[in-house]
Ligand binder design. Structure first.
Ligand code: ADP
Ligand code: UVW
Ligand code: MG
Length: 400
């Protein structure tokens, strides 16, 4: 059978078509820079040996335009890999916020969709795009079973001291206000890859997912025990357009003293802050260019971005009471050697010793970038949320 996975991030859509049970990728692709100048689609077909790669630059104002292009490529009469959309039996969707209702993968029903919609305000850059993906897929592949795999699921193992906020207890029991954590599919996947590489299922691992959204997790024996995102995907690290951690009194100041409406503050913190706010660019490749051109704002932004990650490494080394490996993943984590170097700087006391030459090397597979004799491994592990989602879809369907 064919299984199709749609992973909508805040700035991108990634997709993969698999032949199952072989776990064989038939084609995959990346729609990136959605809503920015020079948006593009890269589409890879694996069925032939070399496989054609199609790259197109085109204006893509939103996720809907991106998805329409993807489906066009899949079913294209000459280049498409599908003769008939009905060949797809299962569509797996990444859904970012599962809230309290979903601790695990779910078959999508009208009730599930309603709950995903109810959570729009908690993940405004994501759940609407995820919901749209579900509706588009229901229309295009009406015979397929639709499955939701939630970013929040992996973090359900957080202990109360990590997921509760110091608010009156009723805010948790009545309103569900707690830390949920995100990027769970990615943290789980790369932590498992790293543990297998170390040959140590009980390993103490810090996973650092740096995409447009960024988060970290402390993983002990394959279970998430703490993570930097919380109630929504806004806290923690500095991100492409999101502020990450800030003092909540800033929000009151803006509303009470500076005339901001709550919706404007929500927009500011989600869409106009982070690297975009600091530099004018949200995409790390643009910020690298600005940095190399001597832009001081880009230099400060790099410094702040890396410093925030370092603080969480210190915190999570304490949470884990030790450290076996630090794992970099996602668009920035896998590709930006400078960020990795800045993050690892001055952490020798924790056992982190970066090898500069290894760090600069580019590769698409798991690699070690620490010095050979170092106690703590520093790994770059390419994430594969689509494969992890596909596996979880299959596991769910086999269990029902
Ligand atoms: N070669 C590269 N060098 C530096 N950064 C890169 C590179 N490729 C991608 N990125 C960065 O990765 C980020 C997107 O990561 P990704 O994981 O695809 O994000 P998301 O899933 O959150 O949309 C962008 O900031 C982009 O600039
Ligand atoms: C949760 C989140 O921030 O996702 P992404 O990095 O894909 O935007
Ligand atoms: Mg992503």
């Amino acid at each position: 059978m064919y299984l199709f996975v749609i992973n909508s991030g805040s700035s991108s859509i990634k997709y993969q078509l698999f032949r199952w049970p072989a776990e064989q990728p038939v084609c995959s692709g990346l729609v990136e820079r959605i809503g920015l100048p020079e948006a593009s689609i890269t589409h890879n077909v694996f069925t032939s040996d070399a496989g054609p790669v199609i790259r197109r630059s085109l204006p893509l104002p939103d996720h809907e335009a991106g998805l329409r292009e993807v489906v066009g490529l899949l079913t294209d009469p000459t280049e498409g890999v599908l003769h008939d959309p009905r060949e797809i039996e299962v569509v797996g969707h990444r859904v970012v916020h599962g809230g309290e209702a979903f601790a695990a993968t779910a078959l999508i029903t009208p009730a599930v969709k309603a709950e995903i919609k109810r959570l729009f305000s908690l993940a405004p850059l994501h759940n609407p795009a995820n919901y749209l993906g579900i509706e588009v897929a229901e229309n295009l592949f009406p015979q397929a079973r639709q499955v939701a795999v939630f970013d929040t699921a992996f973090h359900q193992t957080l202990p109360p001291r990590a997921f509760r906020y110091a608010l009156p207890a009723s805010f948790y029991t009545e309103f569900g206000i707690r830390a949920y954590g995100f990027h769970g599919t990615s943290h789980q996947y790369v932590a498992a890859q790293a543990a297998a590489y170390l040959g140590n299922p009980a390993a103490k691992i810090i996973t650092i997912h740096l995409g447009n959204g960024c988060s970290m997790a402390a993983v002990l024996g394959g279970k998430s025990v703490d993570t930097s995102m919380g109630f929504g995907p806004l806290s923690g690290l500095v991100m492409g357009t999101r502020s990450g951690d800030l003092d909540p009194s800033i929000i009151f100041h803006l509303i009470n003293e500076r005339g901001y409406e709550p919706a404007q503050v929500q927009n500011l913190l989600n869409k106009n802050s982070g690297m975009l706010g600091l530099t004018g660019f949200s995409d790390m490749r643009d910020i690298t260019k600005a940095l190399l051109a001597g832009d001081p704002a880009a230099a400060l932004a790099y410094d702040l971005y890396a410093y925030r990650i370092q603080k969480y490494i210190g915190a999570y080394a304490a949470v884990l009471n030790g450290l076996d490996a630090v794992v970099f993943t996602a668009g920035v984590g896998e590709n930006d050697a400078l960020i990795r170097a800045l993050v690892c700087r001055n952490l020798e006391f924790l056992g982190l010793h970066l090898d500069e030459a290894r760090n600069e090397k580019r590769a698409k597979e798991l690699r070690e970038i620490n010095q050979a004799e170092a106690r703590v491994k520093i790994l770059v592990v390419p994430t594969n949320e689509e494969l992890a989602i596909a596996r979880q879809c299959v596991a769910l369907l086999q269990s029902v």
